[in-house]
Design a binder for this molecule. Structure first.
Ligand SMILES: [Zn+2]
Ligand SMILES: [Zn+2]
Length: 215
């Protein structure tokens, strides 16, 4: 079974997520946006063996610490989908724009596609390509524990911004409604920022994609 722990990092309080197999203790960090020392402390405290870096998309608060973590631990960067290459190429520029520690552009060791599976210990994370917030955004889903890490696609009571270059509001709505919600009402998700929720709760009450219409 996979276990999840959220460690908010960067001035944007981005939910970096430690995920591990409780049988083998093999672990991955989803979206190490920064504060790598702090993230590694959590890995150490739990005596986990860090084997992978997973990225949902190429924004600085999610990907800014990936190069540093890779260099320090010698582990591969996996994801996002290759349509986010332009964001990863611009990490240096993004870091200066938002006053983050200087970041380097990265090319992942492996791009991800819809339907890919990522082994972690004795478990498997499913990959869903969910464009909209960024064109190459992916979501990681574990069927057994009913958990998903959805990055900046969906939040408790909100959805991802689509005012960036190559963002697409219609694609975002469609990603949420046709890829995430069908996974089931009971699925709990960790968003890129803020508290967890379930797809069922958002399907009912989210003002952007829920059945309850506001205004
Ligand atoms: Zn983002
Ligand atoms: Zn974000």
């Amino acid at each position: 079974m996979l276990k999840f722990e959220v460690v908010p990092v960067t001035p944007f309080a981005q939910n970096a997520t430690l995920v591990w197999c409780d049988e083998t203790l093999e672990a991955a960090i989803i979206d190490p946006g920064g504060e790598i020392d702090r993230l590694l402390k959590h890995v150490e405290n739990k005596q986990l063996k860090l084997v992978k870096i997973l990225l949902t998309h190429g924004h600085i608060d999610h990907a800014g610490g990936a190069a540093d973590l890779k260099a320090r631990c010698g582990i591969p960067i996996i994801g996002p989908h290759k349509d986010d290459q332009f964001w990863l190429d611009g990490l240096g520029q993004q870091s200066r724009m938002f006053n983050f520690p200087e970041a380097q552009s990265i090319t992942p060791d492996q791009w991800l596609n819809d339907g890919d599976q990522i082994g972690l210990g004795k478990s498997i994370l499913q990959v869903l390509h969910c464009p909209g917030h960024t064109p190459g955004h992916v979501v990681f889903y574990d069927q057994k524990s009913n958990m998903a890490q959805v990055g900046d696609v969906l939040f408790a009571g909100s959805i991802g911004r689509t005012d960036f270059p190559k963002s697409n509001h219609q694609d975002l709505i469609s990603s949420i409604k046709t890829k995430l919600f069908p996974l089931g009402d009971q699925v709990q998700f960790i968003p890129g920022h803020g508290p967890n929720s379930t797809f069922g709760e958002e399907k009912r009450s989210n003002p952007f994609v829920g059945s309850k219409q506001f205004g």
